[in-house]
Design a protein around this ligand. Sequence first.
Ligand code: N01
Length: 487
Amino acid sequence: MLVDAVRIAIIGAGFAGLGMAVRLKQVGIDDFVILERAQDIGGTWRDNSYPGCAVDVQSHLYSFSFAPNPDWSHVYAPQAEIWDYIQTIARRHAVLPHVRFGHEVVGGEWDESAQHWVLRTTKGEVRAQFVVSSMGPLSNPMAPDIPGLDTFAGHTFHSARWDHDHELAGKRVGVIGTGSSAAQFVPEIQPEVGRLTVFQRTAHWTFPRRNRAITATERRLYRRVPLLQKLARARQYLFRELIAFGFLRNGRSRFLEAIATQRLRRQVPDPELRAKLTPDYALGCKRIVVTDDFHPALASPNVDVVTESISEVVPEGVRTADGVVHELDTLILGTGFEVMPVADPLCGRDGVPLAKRWAQRRAAYLGTTVSGYPNYFMLVGPNTATGHTSVLLYAEAQIEYVIQCVQHLRHTGADSLDVRPEVQDAFVADIRERLKGTVWTGGGCASWYLDPDGGSSVLWPGFTWQFRAALRRFDPADYRLHSVATP
Ligand code: N01
């Protein structure tokens, strides 16, 4: 069995993992590998290629501050361009030679005596002093738990694994789900399909997107005067931080809801359909769908929005609770993803896999380190998202924190650090307390943000600047340091 011994093993060559690699290179750390299960880099921006796939946070903000791109074609760049950006920065910073493709991490243990991780991958063993897990918070598509799904006689696929060889023109197409993904691909396929049946379990609040092309003059200016691009990014950042004000208190954002309701009235003239599309919970409770064309597409003559709950899938199509069978040729699942690190297979000091430890609720210190898992870091781990802004703001803060940890061990000569359990517990208790006063836990909705007990181990209950401030300075007092010589 192949044994690779490195200082740092990064799991996942998606946006965050590659960002980590670029920053390691920039600070002069070269002794690392990126273990990637697929045959190409890009993570979610490689896998999600459905029609209309694009970012719903402005691209100047949805990119790394240390790798600005003055050439974004649109305010909200399409998937191909984001994937290209990821590939460009990976090439420019020479991180591709570090990527081990086809290496899926299937398990791993912390070796206490040697003070390093032993990772088991599908291509052999990798030993590393540090592990940075950047497996993506939403990387594994989730099929809905609907009886009979595999009995469907037509063709089925998930939005995150779009079947581009499957012809939709003129077909009877069903879509399950009305979240951010469906809101992007439904307007694209609606004009071409014969009949579109959209199964909606919960109405989502939407918000204007107003995408536009960035002119050649603007791009030239951004190239010549980088400060202008920084200012554009700062403006977008501040605007999104303002939105967070509404989410951090448990009340209704009447102003934003009024904007969304007015728009729905303009876009959907039919009162019956409008009633179906009007949410009955506070805006922000579920992730807001940023779109201008989803509701107009649903109001098109060849579309039915079905709100009866689905009872089963049958060979002919989908049967709803009222007994109606909606006959279909193709069924597209826009049903979202497994949430976060439940997939993480590494075992800590006590031999318990993280996935098992977190079966009920995920817990980490600063969303980044986990007590009992020495030298283990997560990017976009628990409580590192707010849904209103760029997740890369969180990832970048974590990347810098990881670098500080690695450098601290080098300076002190210690081999490992492990967050003190009492520090982690106090942090998690504080997060839980602060979440109680937010729209996410009190806004009257069910969402993938929530844990079974009604709390959330996904969301950060504050502004992004608070998260960044919390991670700005690594405090050794939060950790126990070990070395082989002095256990
Ligand atoms: O998934 P979702 P998504 N029966 O989980 C429904 C990111 N993203 O792929 O609301 C019937 O939001 C479910 O219904 P309900 C972004 O973070 C980003 O759309 O649970 N329906 C819902 O309508 C986003 O939040 C971009 O009642 C079922 C839908 O399926 C995240 O990815 C673009 C069901 C799932 O919505 C996920 O978005 C796209 C069932 N059994 C996505 N199970 C950007 O632009 C689920 N549903 C960055």
